[in-house]
Design a protein around this ligand. Structure first.
Ligand code: TNX
Length: 784
């Protein structure tokens, strides 16, 4: 009797005596339906592949599988029309069927002990069946050289019937901020296809570089593909900002683009090119200043963000864009072209007499309507060529009954989900790409342990949890929600390895979001399949992130003044090993069984270990332990960064970090314009002689050193006497940092300690943020 396999497949398999094991059925994205059968299908040199003789497309589809199989296993599968196939040999058969249930991308994969039968209505379905077959095989199948002889080249008998939840399943890559060569783009597409994505959104142009050859406008690549240098580190890293002084550039020739498009097609991936307008267009303006309102000169951007110089809606600008899009249309298959539309400041239009006249002539009320005019004029032209427009959700802004994008325009919803849902209710097709779930440039783990990234925090589980279609969306709007896409912006991703690190495994979670039916989606079951994914990615040479295995440490200050450390890792079947002596932990280090206490400042390092092998990256923390540990603390003015602050954050044993954008600094407390004053209650009189406090300096973000820090003590918490005052210069600029200030004084016995960091108030003249309200921000306070 076949068993219906539902959520807890792993449990079922672990005691099944039918030749399957928990190494089986590790397909990502999880198929819609899967039944486990008895026995296994063994591949051998005698296995024959059969497809209808007159079906060239199926042969083209099967050939790469046969080649890869040979490379990894050393077996050469026979195709049936080759002589010598024996009737007893096992058979892999491709059988076209007509079955409306399967749709264009669905398939059935029937595995018995002697035969694998793949049924589908369209080539894409066969292609996805092969991707599932790869993943039923051992991960070594992805090797480019034969694996060792011990690998069992078999697949478990089963019956899979599968089709995608959404028709649009996308992954994006920004090649403008950093450029990636054709070889990498092909590898990226390989991985997309393996996880049953069908769309690659190629973000080809932006302020920092134009990356596609346009024959009619050679300066786009001659000038616009290069920038003279690049910002070092994070946006607010240094004040003034520091640049690397290295010219940077790159672009794809039209031949290369054609080659990539052809390659993607062979993997059933459609490429959508994005040509950004009217904002994010500095690279165009650098090459052709006549399309800007001020006439220039302009230069290709050397840092990130939003720039006020944008395309000016002259007729000649539209002629230029139409010419560019005409060439783009000869290179890509269609039907979609992405025209950007996001983050277009209106400042240059406000200043431009041309724009103001145009607005009058067109009876436009404001510059938002001018943006709408811009987008709808291009959209109309694109539609007239039989193509479909996609734009970021801003393309609906400023629409009026008179001037609006065509109903056929598709909206990519990136600023949360509301814009997308609204567009769907207005009957626009919508692709969901909400930043807080699907932006893979965000951190996926503790930022203090990670390579530099854009800022926010979107761990694997958060990405996995995303459901594009809210249950309460009316059915008429639901049908417009055609799918979802993860975006990969590359401001901080300079190398191919860094891109892969950010994308995998999170893109595998996205694959399951867009392919797997909601009732089959299950986080614990996904994590059961993760180790297999990692092995596949190892075999494919992908630099994925192991953050899923990271040890997470929690500090728990105790009333007795010790600091308890509790550690966890998401991978429950793994052990945690750690050290407290500064050494790198190994599989032989102390095993973590229960929380432990620190009595002095300590560097703790930890790692996850499975079957005696280290599987995660080493995590390192320096914990503070002092007379402040386990005591209580109060603020005179409640800090507003972070929101809803717990004052104990300043004595929780954890130092802060300034990594990320200003709002994303961790374990720091900030007050605007006022002083930051914290009073510690040491519970009983104690002798103290030293206080340390971390002072954040990020002057580009108006976070200044205080003009003075003082320490005062008290016996009753009411009358304080100052024991130490240190002055400093709030105008000190330079690299963003947390500066640890040590304040020593004659030993004094007291119960209360008050530390004040005095705010300069307004940012002094001559500084980057001159005149703005200044912040004082501090991290961990220690007392000795
Ligand atoms: C916003 S998402 C942008 C991009 C940036 C990204 C960084 C979108 C349509 N615009 O230009 O690269 O944030 O996450």
């Amino acid at each position: 009797m076949p068993r219906i396999v539902c959520l807890w497949l792993g449990l079922l398999l672990s005691f099944s005596g039918f030749g399957q094991s928990d190494q089986d059925f590790l397909i990502i994205p999880k198929p819609a339906k899967m039944e486990v059968l008895d026995g296994r299908f063994m591949f051998s040199n005698e296995t024959t592949v059969r497809f209808p003789p007159d079906n060239a497309e199926l042969k083209t589809l099967a050939d790469p599988f046969i080649r890869q199989f040979q490379a990894a296993t050393g077996f050469s599968l026979r195709t049936e029309n080759r002589p010598g196939a024996t009737p007893t040999a096992t058979l892999l058969a491709f059988v076209p069927v007509s079955d409306a249930n399967l749709g264009d991308e669905g398939y059935r994969l029937d595995v018995t002990t002697t035969t694998i039968t793949i049924e589908a209505t369209k080539p894409a379905g066969f292609f996805y069946a092969i991707q599932s077959l790869y993943q039923l095989l051992p991960p070594e199948i992805f090797r480019s050289t034969p694996a060792d002889l011990s690998v069992n080249w078999s697949v478990p008998a089963c019956r899979i019937e599968d089709k995608p939840r959404y028709g649009y399943r996308g992954l994006h890559l920004d090649v403008a901020r950093h450029f990636f060569p054709v070889s990498f783009i092909k590898k990226y597409i390989d991985l997309l296809a393996l996880h049953k994505f069908n769309t690659f959104h190629w973000h080809l142009t932006d302020d920092q570089g134009w990356r596609i050859e346009i024959k009619k406008y050679p300066k786009l690549t001659q000038v616009g593909s290069r920038r003279k240098e690049t910002l070092i580190g994070h946006y607010y890293e240094s004040d003034p900002q520091q640049f690397d002084g290295q010219s940077y550039g790159g672009f794809y020739t039209q031949d290369e683009v054609r080659e990539v498009v052809r390659y993607a097609k062979s993997k059933y991936v459609t490429i959508i090119p994005e040509i950004e307008m009217p904002g994010h267009a500095l690279a165009i303006l650098a090459a052709y200043p006549e399309f800007g309102c001020s006439g220039g000169p302009y230069e290709t951007a050397t840092k990130w963000g939003i720039f006020t110089d944008v395309l000016c809606p002259y007729d000649r600008t539209f002629t230029f864009l139409q010419d560019v899009l005409t060439e783009v249309m000869t290179l890509f298959p269609g039907p979609y072209i992405h025209i950007g539309g996001d983050e277009c400041p209106k400042i240059s239009w406000k200043k431009s007499p041309f724009c103001q006249n145009l607005m009058k002539k067109l009876k436009l009320k404001n510059e938002n309507q001018l943006q709408s005019y811009f987008i709808s004029r291009i959209d109309k032209w694109v539609s007239s060529k039989g193509w479909k427009t996609i734009g970021w959700d801003e393309i609906l802004e400023g629409n009026s009954p008179a001037i609006r994008v065509s109903p056929g325009a598709t909206v990519m919803s990136w600023r949360g989900i509301e814009g997308g849902l609204k567009a769907a209710r207005q009957n626009h097709d919508v692709i969901m790409t909400p930043g807080n779930f699907l932006y893979l440039d965000h951190y996926q783990a503790d930022r203090s342990q990670e390579p530099l990234a854009f800022g926010r925090f979107t761990p694997l589980e958060k990405t996995y949890s995303y459901d594009p279609t809210p249950a309460d969306l009316p059915a008429t709007a639901q049908k417009h929600l055609i799918g979802a896409q993860a975006n990969v912006w590359t401001e901080y991703l300079k190398t191919a390895n860094q891109v892969e690190y950010m994308v995998w495994p999170r893109a595998a979670a996205v694959a399951e979001v867009v392919w797997t039916p909601l009732d089959q989606k299950n986080w614990p079951d996904f994590t059961r399949r993760l180790p297999a994914l990692f092995k596949r990615l190892d075999a494919l040479g992908v630099s994925y992130s192991r953050a899923y295995y990271d040890v997470v440490a929690e500090t728990r200050p105790q009333p007795d003044g010790t600091l308890q450390i509790a550690m966890t890792t998401q991978e429950e079947t793994a052990e945690i090993r750690y050290s407290t002596d500064g050494s790198t932990p190994t599989a032989q280090s102390v095993r973590y069984d229960r929380p432990f206490d620190l009595t002095k400042p300590t560097s703790v390092k930890a790692v996850t270990v499975k079957s005696g092998v280290v599987i995660g990256d080493v995590q390192v923390w320096d914990f503070a332990v002092s007379k402040a540990t386990g005591k209580s603390i109060q603020f005179a003015t409640i800090p507003t960064r972070p929101k809803n602050i717990d004052p104990a954050l300043l004595i929780d044993g954890r130092y802060g970090t300034t990594i990320g954008y200003l709002e994303e600094m961790q374990n720091v407390a900030g007050v605007k314009t006022a002083d930051l004053t914290a009073t510690l209650d040491l519970a009983e009189p104690q002798s103290i002689q030293l206080v340390t406090i971390g002072l954040v300096k990020a002057t580009a973000g108006a976070i200044l050193l205080p003009k003075q820090v003082d320490v005062a003590v008290s016996d009753d918490g009411r009358t304080f006497r100052t024991v130490k005052t240190v002055s400093m210069d709030p105008r000190e600029r330079g690299k963003k940092a947390i500066i640890r200030q040590t304040l020593t004084f004659e030993p004094v016995t007291c119960r209360y300690v008050r530390i004040s960091a005095r705010n300069v108030g307004k940012v002094p003249a001559g500084m980057t943020q001159a005149g703005k309200d200044a912040w004082v921000m501090v991290d961990e306070i220690t007392v000795e």
